[in-house]
Write a protein that binds this ligand. Sequence first.
Ligand SMILES: Nc1nc2c(ncn2[C@@H]2O[C@H](COP(=O)(O)OP(=O)(O)OP(=O)(O)O)[C@@H](O)[C@H]2O)c(=O)[nH]1
Length: 477
Amino acid sequence: MNLLSKNSLAVHLLRIIFGSYFLVTLIVTCLQLGAEYEHTQSGVDNELRAMDLTFGASLASSTWRFQGDVQKATLRGISNLPVVTGVKIEDPQGRLVMAQGNIVDHDGRQIHVDAEGQRSPVRTGFLNAATSHRFPILYRDEHGVTHDIGAWTVYSSRHVVIQKVAYGFTLILINSVIKTLVLWFIFLYVFNRWLGRPITRLSGFVRRQDLNRPDLPDSPQSIDLPGKKRHELHFLADAINAMLANLRSHTIQNRTLYAQLEQEKESLRALNKSLELRIAERTRDLAQANEQLRSLSLTDGLTGIANRRSFDDTLDQEWRRSVRHGKPLTVAFIDVDWFKPYNDHYGHVAGDAVLRQVAQTMRDTVCRAGETVARYGGEEFAVIAADTDGEQGVQIVQRMCDAIHALALPHAGSTLGRITISGGVASCIPAHPGARLESLLQAADAALYQAKTLGRNRVLLAPPFVSPPPSSPPSPA
Ligand SMILES: Nc1nc2c(ncn2[C@@H]2O[C@H](COP(=O)(O)OP(=O)(O)OP(=O)(O)O)[C@@H](O)[C@H]2O)c(=O)[nH]1
């Protein structure tokens, strides 16, 4: 870890510690300065007060004897003292006799008196504010009588006190700064040695971990912090090692599970596809079966041609279509002649075979898309011919009649000696008023009956049973 990088923990801690330290130091220093100032000032005061003991007698003696030189020398000596800024001697009437340094004159102004007695004004200010002590000059003569011969005043100033305080404080400050710098240096070293480097190693180790590739050979699996004595950071490293081992094992498990899941997904997809194919196959089979069923439901089981239901459906559709298009519709009923005697003579199985042959032949006879041959029931058949009038219908049925006659199927019970059929044909235009399907069927049935009555092996057309709509009168020419 770069110890002094901007975001390092040490710098953050240092900022906090330094800020707090600076604040506390500032407050304590201010208090200390105040106390020191008070102490120094009272010391200066005491020194000034004590001067009377030192110089009082000498000044009294030289003043009593008018020894001006001695007085001057004494004043110079006093004014040279470090705490003294000035000194003056006054006579008993308060007049200035002699002075040296900065003093306050009779008028209360601060003046400076040099060695030659020259006076000059002194700039007043906070630092020059004077403090003084005035002592009486008392002389005791040889008879023991005390004479008051004047007074002397010694001056000092705030500047002296502050200088003394500043000197002492400078020493303290230098002392404190040196101690603080040494302490900080030790703190930085210890912090870096015991916290910074291990934390950097831990963060680097964690950053290098790639859980997506836990089996990389060059990625370290665990971290071991140096140091004989184990502390919280060692415990943190142990916890990180355990956590990473756990995560690695879970990641490997997850990868295995994911691979299994993918396999399962793949097999499910394949299963789904085969199911879809089977469903499609089954659906196709079902559709085919339905189609077969539908076809079976509309087919006669014996003859393989359309059955009665198919006939009814087709007739209904053709009737409605004919109504829509205004086209004629023809229906014919066909019956095998003397079929009971045939059954009786040749047996029922042979009768079935004849029915199949008759049906086949009739179906082969019709060729148009709108023509349908159906087994109506028993040995009776029916023909539907759309867009066909009665005459055309008779031709169709007659062709059938001829074709069956041409088969020459032997029939001992018939006067003709062979299998024949009879047919009754009826036709109408369904769109005409009064045209009804039931009437059409009844007419065809009646025509069949008529054909039977007249001797069989013939085709008869039913007379018209629907009156055509009245035609509009011709317009006058
Ligand atoms: N073999 C066989 N016979 C059937 C079938 N359906 C009906 N029949 C017979 O057909 C005969 C019809 O006889 P009838 O209705 O009396 O008429 P016919 O004998 O054909 O006389 P005409 O119709 O007047 O010429 C009956 O004997 C029925 O048993 C069938 O599917 N197979």
